[in-house]
Design a protein around this ligand. Structure first.
Ligand code: IVH
Length: 705
């Protein structure tokens, strides 16, 4: 009875999901949908024996963090040759005609501007979702993709192959993007540059519940597999539409060059009305037999090409150039422009990136320049209209001293920007570091905005973050715009910040390249600031998400006496320099000591260590007589193995280890504890994959794909 009702609700909800998210044609109200969903959730909660991983109720995601396993693609995910020129596109069509000796039908489709995804279905159920990665292997982001309502978890209809891949694009529609950025702005977080970055960043979120809320969409455009029962691309995608996938209804078969040109001309304009971003048109040979005949180059199929739309441009006058100095001392030239209308907004400023970029453009004050809104929030200058240039104009001479403090600028190897090296005495750097320290995702000190921090600095009250903890309300109250009440509030929120967990303190220190996520990984790996400060380069690289660049930045940061002084003062002020004790999951491993070595399939090394501790075991770094178990992963060092054998230590596999804790395991036990969402746009760490792709087959060149 209950079971039937659960199944009926699941069926109905999936159907309504499909009508709403795939067909864009809902037949019930949100309210009705929500009531059905609530009924299902209640029944499922009361009857856990009927749990189903594909239930529509799981689309809300989970707060458990997910590790992204690296998975090898069965067929490499190739890229497309692309062109901005219609002439080149016509050459492509001519070549196809020459090589096939016919006038082949091509399919024109929109080029969606999101992030590529490959979905694998087995027996009609979603098995895996993997990002493009480097084309040969990508990240397993299944948990996140399962929350995208337009991705079917179970296929409908019939005729699908038992095992196949379907590829497409995960997109963030403009509406979701605008909503997300409005939320970020309200929270004082950095804005995401464009829907493409937002989609890619969202897919890499550690918490699928966050993904579920971000309103992603997924359109599929390519079927891949060993036995695809179709002769043409169009037939395959039409069938896939019947299986429940979202397939674009903007695809057209074109028989002549003129028809292709018309399609492009139409969408170059009409795309502005679409609710999601596109950046071109993809032209593909429809017939699979002809595709086979045409084949591939090393990187891309010869039977397809992307025609990219040009970004909208405007011409305006460069009035002057400002130089901004950031928290790290990096100098960014910013152009002040005569206001001009571009893609719906008035543009007054544009970034010039760095000296090289300016030299390349040979941009000069008074020039008429082309501005473009690329993918970034701040428009950029892409060219100079040389015919407008006055005869007496002189090349721009880049500054060689900091515009703020006058210190000679420096260039670091491999970096395009100039830096002001006067970290300790340059106002915007000092203020920038304090602002970083107090931001919401760091110490979250309310009541202190940019203006107040400037005021405090200019009045000699704070010079670095540690000075905040000495502030007294009676010092603050007399300052302009403050008064007693705000002074007390500020002091109170500074006090409260001593409760912030260690990883947020670590993020607040402002170590280069250590974003919020990396700080979490570091905190979880090293547990204390002292351990982190004492770590060697090699030990740092052992932590998840930490590569050489980050390791060096951490070492440099703590090598600096001033930074160490700040750390000591923060310690005195009572900030948390230690990760919270891990919640105990069981005592299955009590009294046992472990060494882990090599790489593991289901867990990162840090997760393994965490599991050991959470089940009452102890982690040791080196093989010795004190060790009870050596957990041997892939590629572990032979020396360690030998030593363990000699000492008679039990050597166990990942599976055997999992079995040790199996009975005792709680659902949450295998994930590092993180407390909130991770921003999608912080500098990416060099990721150490948590495991290897299990697919031992060498990548095969999918015959058609
Ligand atoms: S077909 C073998 N069709 O463009 C090539 N790609 O530059 C398979 N893209 O990585 C790709 N819309 O992420 C194809 N309608 C479309 C597309 C599309 C967007 C992206 C895709 C791919 C990139 C290639």
């Amino acid at each position: 009875m209950v079971r039937q009702r659960i199944e009926e609700l699941r069926r109905q909800l999936e159907e309504h999901n499909h009508r709403y998210y795939v067909e864009n044609a809902p037949t019930i109200s949100d309210f009705e949908f929500d009531s059905l969903m609530r009924e299902l959730q209640e029944l499922e909660a009361a009857n856990p024996q009927y749990a189903d991983p594909d239930s529509p109720s799981v689309r809300v995601g989970s707060d458990l963090t997910t590790e992204f396993r690296t998975v090898r693609h069965r067929f490499p995910m190739l890229s497309l040759g692309n062109t901005y020129s219609l002439d080149e596109l016509h050459e492509f069509l001519d070549r196809i005609r020459r090589e096939t000796g016919r006038e082949p039908e091509v399919v024109c489709e929109l080029k969606f501007d999101g992030t590529a995804i490959s979905l694998t279905y087995e027996h009609g159920r979603l098995l895996r979702a993997v990002t493009r990665g480097d084309g040969a292997e990508g990240d397993d982001v299944t948990a996140n993709v399962r929350t995208i309502r337009s991705v079917p978890l179970r296929l409908r209809g019939e005729g699908w192959p038992d095992y196949f891949e379907i590829r497409g694009e995960v997109l963030m529609p403009y509406a979701s993007f605008d909503r997300l950025n409005a939320e970020r702005e309200a929270a004082g977080e950095p804005l995401l540059a464009n829907p493409r970055n937002a989609a890619a960043g969202t897919l890499k979120q550690l918490s699928s519940a966050v993904v579920a809320r971000r309103g992603l969409d997924c359109t599929l455009y390519q079927i891949a597999g060993d036995e695809i029962p179709f002769a043409t691309h169009m037939a395959g995608l039409e069938a896939a539409r019947g299986w429940g996938f979202k397939i674009s209804d903007k695809m057209r078969i074109c028989r002549t060059t003129a028809e292709v040109d018309d399609y492009i001309a139409y969408w170059d304009k009409a795309r502005r009305e679409l609710p999601f971003p596109t950046d071109g048109v993809v032209i593909k040979v429809d017939d699979f037999a002809l595709r086979r005949q045409l084949g591939f180059t090393a990187k891309a199929p010869k039977w397809a090409v992307a025609y990219k739309f040009k970004a909208e441009q405007a011409l305006t006058r460069l009035v002057s150039v400002d130089f901004q100095v950031g928290r790290t001392g990096a100098v960014t030239p910013v152009a002040n422009l005569e206001p001009v209308l571009l893609a719906g907004t008035t543009v007054r400023r544009a970034t010039l990136h760095n000296a090289e970029q300016m030299a390349q453009l040979d941009i000069r004050p008074g020039d008429n320049v082309y501005v473009e809104k690329g993918g970034e929030i701040i428009p950029k200058i892409t060219g100079v209209e040389l015919s407008d240039r006055p005869a007496d104009s002189r090349p721009f001479v880049y500054i060689d001293r900091c515009p703020e403090c006058g210190t000679p600028l420096v260039r670091y190897e491999g970096e395009a920007k100039h830096y002001c090296p006067n970290a300790g005495g340059c106002r915007p750097q000092i203020i920038g570091r304090i602002l970083h320290f107090i931001r919401r995702k760091a110490l979250d000190i309310e009541g202190l905005g940019e203006e107040t921090v400037e005021l405090l600095y200019d009045n000699g009250l704070v010079h670095d973050a540690s000075d905040l903890y000495d502030l007294r309300a009676d010092e603050l109250a007399p300052l302009p715009r403050l008064g007693e009440k705000s002074a007390e509030n500020i002091v109170r929120s500074i006090r409260r910040s001593t409760e912030a967990p260690f990883h947020r303190v670590l993020f607040g220190l402002g170590i280069r390249f250590v974003g919020e996520t990396t700080a979490k990984y570091l905190a979880s790996h090293f547990r204390t600031l002292d351990a982190l400060m004492a770590a060697t380069r090699e030990e740092l690289i052992e932590a998840d998400e930490v590569g050489e660049k980050i390791a060096d930045a951490i070492r440099d940061h703590f090598a600096d006496a001033e930074n160490r002084r700040i750390v000591e003062r923060l310690r005195k002020a009572g900030l948390r320099f230690e990760a919270e004790a891990r919640e105990q999951a069981s005592d299955a491993l009590a009294g046992k000591s472990f060494v882990i070595s090599g790489k593991f399939r289901d867990h990162s090394r840090d997760e393994m260590k965490e599991l050991i501790e959470r089940h009452g075991g102890r982690n040791l770094a080196a093989v010795s007589g004190n060790v009870d178990y050596l957990v041997a992963g892939e590629n572990m060092g032979p020396a360690k193995l030998k030593k363990a054998e000699k000492l008679g230590i039990r050597i166990i596999s990942e599976e055997e280890f999992t079995a040790l804790i199996a009975g005792a395991r709680t659902v949450q036990a295998d994930r590092p504890a993180t407390d909130d969402a991770v921003s999608g746009n912080e500098p990416a760490g060099e990721k150490i994959p948590g495991g290897n792709g299990r697919d031992d087959d060498a990548p095969r060149q999918g015959e058609l794909f």
